[in-house]
Design a protein around this ligand. Structure first.
Ligand code: AMP
Length: 617
């Protein structure tokens, strides 16, 4: 995730105090001159360096576990920019207010910090280990869920680290460290009996040393007298760089051999502030034993499910055993159809069912073609199946196969949350804008995949975005879709058909030309539908009126809840000339940046505007 301060011209990244002072000196030492830099000790924290009376003042800004930012004893703000803006108006305890930003000289980018690279690697390892993902599924999970995973990592990542031993006594720790190579700096971390405290055991000069790791009143971890950290893994990473009171730097992990076998759903330990004082306070390191588990979260703190927690994130054929049976045509005997209708369309109905595979049974949605339909409809449904069969992405409804029995049936994976527009109607209060942005970002990921594979959807609309749950969307309905030839960037329809004109770009209507850029136009309309919480686009206008409206250079207004950044993107999707519109590669990037920026902020914070609500309850 990009640093939330990255866009600020007075943010220097990971520079030292002395370097900060040099910049301030060069900029003239005026009262109220300030800059912002990254704090090495606290993850996501900053230091505000300020000049007053020709002297330097440095104020650490902490990023709290709830995602807000505050100078010790000061008010909480939803982002570093908001914090600086606040102190520019009101000194609130600082020697003076922030008057003049000391901007970076041109060409000087913020200096990346150690944790920036570390964090990305941690997210990757965490997703790989927790959900056992590899390849494209891993990449997609990282992109779509980085904000949520980062929150989990902040508190639980140590449980998945090779150096963490969840049940080891002091004696066992010593045995482990003495066995095998007794390399200086080999270490492990284990919980102690006293809840909320840990022991860091380290070998040096063939002797094992044990250090107490305890939490202060604010829940920060430290070795007594040492630097304080938000999380245990940060403490370990820091001590790998700097001994900071230890006899030696941490080097090689003494691995917990069972770590990789522990596959559990991600759990969130209690927020440190929920530990009692007696649990927190400890000064000495006694011989200790095993503490079962840190306190578990209160129900309200439970992490919400992520797409990767559902059974439809990966293809049912991602298991090589199941892949052996993968064919377009399915056997009727393996398909069980329930008497539950999920929806209907011109072709017939969509019914709920179960499909039996080699090792498992999966819930499916079965599109059943009406008996009365003509051959042309059958051919169309088969074309839809042929397209879907070539696609495999977590944000696209996958085809399991086709079944020709009492009727022609398209068997798809289940996305039982219904279409996006219906889900959002009347939910302005319940579903924050960040949740809408999250779902739309997933749609942009699915569309980016289609664009990369050279497919055009031709019917992207909120009605064709189905939800698995409120945080997981999939693109569906490939009835109009086309695979483009390797050298083609568009498809020309032979004649106009029953088309969703309100979602179509001018070149589709005027020249029957369809490309990924015309899908981008439809994506803009889909965005509008979502940010207007399920309203119908172009109100009561008819297709030809909409065409005239667009030709006059007019566009739909910004829905009341829609953040300006998202309305700007919508308008770019509606650029008249297709060559000038962004492609999905660019659309996805912009959606990602915006969604990440919301996800790092906090719900209900008075400092944050509508668009700054937290990433979902
Ligand atoms: P369609 O004609 O493909 O847009 O499908 C009509 C309706 O059937 C949709 O609006 C959904 O309510 C339902 N439906 C279609 N596909 C699925 C699916 N894969 N999972 C759950 N419901 C579906």
């Amino acid at each position: 995730m990009p640093d939330p301060a990255a866009h600020l011209p007075f943010f220097y990244g990971s520079i030292s105090r002395a370097e900060a002072e040099d910049h301030l000196k060069l900029a003239g030492m005026a009262d109220g001159l300030f800059l912002l830099r990254q704090c090495l000790r606290s993850l996501g924290g900053y230091v505000l360096s300020l000049v007053h009376d020709l002297r330097f003042h440095h104020f650490p800004i902490e990023r709290q576990l709830n995602g807000t930012y505050a100078i010790a004893g000061g008010k909480a703000h939803c982002g570093p920019a908001e914090l600086c803006e606040f102190y520019s108006r009101d000194p609130d305890g600082l020697p003076c207010n922030l008057r003049k930003p000391c901007n970076r000289p041109s060409g000087l980018e913020p200096q990346p910090g150690v944790f920036d690279c570390l964090r990305d690697a941690m997210v990757r390892d965490y997703v790989r280990q927790t959900w056992k993902l590899e390849g494209e599924a891993l990449e997609q999970a990282i992109i779509s869920q980085a904000p949520q995973v980062e929150k989990l990592i902040a508190t639980t990542a140590h449980e998945r680290m090779p150096w963490y031993h969840s049940s080891l006594t002091r004696e066992e720790a010593e045995r482990k460290l003495y066995s095998g190579s007794q390399t200086d700096g080999k270490f492990l971390l284990r919980p102690r009996k006293e809840q909320g405290t840990y022991a860091l055991s380290l070998i040096y000069g063939k002797t094992v040393y044990h250090y107490l790791v305890s939490q202060d009143k604010a829940g920060k971890y430290c070795i007594p007298e040492g630097t304080k950290f938000d999380t245990l893994w940060q403490l370990v990473e820091y001590l790998k760089l700097k001994a900071d009171g230890l006899i030696y730097c941490l080097k090689e992990a003494c691995p917990n051999t069972s770590a990789s076998a522990e596959v559990a759903a991600p759990t969130l330990p209690a927020h440190p502030s929920t530990f009692t004082n007696t649990q927190r306070r400890t000064d000495t390191l006694n011989p200790d034993g095993y503490t079962p588990e840190p306190a578990r979260p209160a129900p309200s703190e439970k992490p919400r499910p992520m797409p990767m927690d559902t059974s439809v994130y990966e293809s049912p054929y991602s298991d090589p055993e199941e892949l052996k049976d993968k064919k377009l045509f399915l056997k009727r005997e393996n398909l069980l159809m329930a008497d539950i209708e999920l929806g209907c369309g011109n072709f017939g109905s969509v019914r709920q069912g179960v499909y039996r595979m080699r090792k498992k049974q999966i819930d499916v949605a079965i599109k059943v073609l009406k008996h009365s339909t003509e051959k042309a409809d059958k051919d169309e449904m088969m074309r839809e199946a042929q397209i879907m069969h070539q696609l495999d992405n977590p944000y696209i409804v996958r085809l399991i196969g086709v079944c020709q029995a009492e009727a022609l049936m398209l068997v798809m994976e289940m996305a039982g949350g219904g279409p996006l527009h219906k889900f959002l109607v009347g939910k302005k209060e319940e579903i924050p804008v960040s949740n809408v942005a999250e779902l739309l970002h997933q749609v942009s990921m699915g569309m980016r995949y289609l664009e990369e594979k050279n497919f055009v959807h031709r019917d992207l609309a909120a009605r064709n975005v189905l939800l698995v749950n409120r945080h997981y969307a999939k693109i569906s309905d490939f009835g109009l879709s086309k695979a483009l030839g390797a050298d083609d960037s568009y498809y020309t329809a032979r004649s106009a058909g029953k088309w969703p004109l309100k979602w179509y770009a001018p070149e589709c209507i005027n020249f029957r030309k369809f490309s990924s850029r015309s899908d981008v136009w439809s994506y803009g309309v889909t965005m509008w539908e979502a940010f207007s919480y399920g309203q119908k686009p172009y109100k009561k206008m008819k297709g030809p009126e909409v065409m005239a409206f667009i030709e006059q250079g007019k566009r739909m207004e910004c829905p009341p809840e829609c953040p300006p950044e998202m309305y700007a993107l919508m308008n770019d999707c509606w650029i008249y000339k297709w060559e000038d519109r962004p492609d999905f590669l660019a659309v996805e990037q912009r959606m990602r940046t915006y969604y990440y920026s919301l996800a790092s902020k906090v719900e209900g914070s008075p400092e944050c505007g509508k668009g700054a609500e937290a990433a979902c309850a």
